[in-house]
Design a protein around this ligand. Structure first.
Ligand code: T5A
Length: 229
């Protein structure tokens, strides 16, 4: 059946970014990927839901504001279905060949939105996440933490809200609180990064936090190879 992957057992690294809608994840992912590539790392940049042909079709269903009748159980299972396909098709092979996988959202989003936001039972969401991630867990999760009202304005400034954003600010406040609790419960993996300020300031904090969590990540391949000689 399923086999749990551990960081020690795989050559690659798995980094996820999380946060309320509009916190700046996509903006920071671009910077992080550029920096890692400049260090000579192979980087696979992904987003959830999405990242494979099947997962992108599921994403369209999930975010379509026209699907307002979607049952919460259907929503939860669709996020997990999209994830399982992404893990099997892209993440597992990438980690096995030594790539750094950078994913904009992963299973902590399901906890924050479906348990924290929607009120699904914690244990049930954790079980669903275990199935959806196929036993593959992030090494480090960076939560871009900021006031949901201001983040929501950032996201809204682009125009239309998607189906999740259309749920409004109260849901985003519960989501933020859930992320904070996740960081408290699992401090080695889940780390808060203050997302206030200009993009470059936020990136500097993010890289500092990531370096502390995964020393050597930015050293580059040449340095890594000479360490193995
Ligand atoms: N969801 C997802 C679940 O409910 N359960 C799950 O299991 C999963 C995986 C996904 C939705 O689905 C939910 C969560 C979401 O509601 P999405 O489109 O991927 O939908 O949503 P987001 O991840 O929230 O994407 P956004 O694009 O809305 O937000 P980002 O990526 O956090 O923010 P970003 O970088 O696009 O920035 C937003 C705006 O702010 C500006 C940017 O230029 C942009 O205009 N900005 C800044 N402005 C000032 N200062 C900064 N530091 C800024 N950083 C960015």
């Amino acid at each position: 059946m399923m086999r749990a992957e551990t960081a020690a057992a795989r050559p690659g690294a798995f980094v996820t970014l999380e946060g309320v809608d509009g916190a700046g994840k996509t903006t920071q992912v671009v910077r992080l990927v550029e920096r890692l590539e400049a260090c000579g790392r192979e980087v696979v940049r992904l987003r959830e839901p999405g990242g494979t042909a099947i997962s992108e079709r599921i994403r369209a269903l999930l975010l379509d504001p026209g699907n307002s009748e979607m049952a919460p159980e259907c929503e939860l299972l669709l996020f997990e279905a999209s994830r399982a396909q992404l893990v099997r098709e892209v993440i597992e092979p990438a980690l096995a060949r030594g790539a750094v996988v950078v994913c904009d959202r992963f299973y902590d989003s399901t906890h924050a939105y479906q348990a924290g936001g929607r009120g699904f039972d914690d244990a049930l969401v954790r079980r669903a996440n275990e199935l959806g991630c196929c036993g593959v867990h992030p090494d480090v999760t960076l939560v871009l933490d900021m006031d949901p009202g201001r983040a929501f304005e950032r996201a809204g400034a682009r125009g239309e809200h998607d189906r999740m954003e259309a749920e409004g600010l109260a849901l985003q406040c519960r989501v933020r609180e859930d992320y904070r609790q996740l960081a408290e419960a699992e401090p080695a993996r889940v780390r808060l990064v203050d997302a206030d300020g200009a993009p470059d300031e936020v990136y500097a904090r993010l890289e500092e936090t990531l370096t502390a969590a995964l020393p050597g990540l930015f050293e580059g391949l040449a340095a890594q190879e000479s360490n193995h000689d």
